[in-house]
Ligand binder design. Sequence first.
Ligand code: ZN
Length: 281
Amino acid sequence: MPELLDLHFLGEEQLVGTYLLDLDDGLTLVDCGPATTLPVLEKRLGELDLGVADLRHLLLTHIHFDHAGAAGALVAANPRIKVHVSEQGAPHMIDPERLERSARRLYGDMFDLLWGPVTPVPAENIELVGRRVLGLECFPTPGHAVHHVCYMDAEGTLFAGDSVGVRWPPSDYILPATPPPDVDLEAWHTSLDEIERRVPDTLALPHFGLVEEPEEHLKIFRHRLMLWAEIVRRGVSAREFADEASRDIDSQTARFSELTDLLRHSYLGLKRYWSTAAAPS
Ligand SMILES: [Zn+2]
């Protein structure tokens, strides 16, 4: 079973996690969290009598800062770490300038507090993912981000990144995360089909934890994603979207959304999706 390390993002429990795998190829993290939680990651590893020096691989589901932000700093601390990432994501790890600029537009003054310094990953540390990576199956899951991939191990644990939504335990309310710039609903449905086709036993969410009823989770997630997309398609304001989308959410989840600005980001991402010419009518 993978070890879930809580990175205590923003000082909160169970907001952002990373999965530690003990593979034949060496100790591996699936997503590493942002640079701001690197000291906590070191502490979590220390509790297992491990350190960054023991890591050999980092598997990235996608390159958003809450998943890959610490990658450059990890490699700087331990140049033996290989960073596995999709072909579309790789250039942004090597040269993160454009990614940073786009994220700064979204996060404004909060960027540094949330994500910390941005460190490029040297090209020689990057490995492009294929269908199999370190014994895990890897497949493209665009939707949340165009470069998103998922990994599935032999036991049927699917490392889902942000492709199947987020939740903040103890609540099990599932929120779609649909931030700009490259939400793609059509691609997302195909990705969900691909996930369902593999009948995962467990979903490993970085936000947050293991989901033991994948079928139910995927059904609810897909339904809510469509619901949110339809609200935005009607041309409502951000405020109206937030009111309508959060009508049935519990107080724990409302606070999660507030902390992460999720509803505003999701509104912006869906609005952008519907406004692009490529969007189906
Ligand atoms: Zn995320």
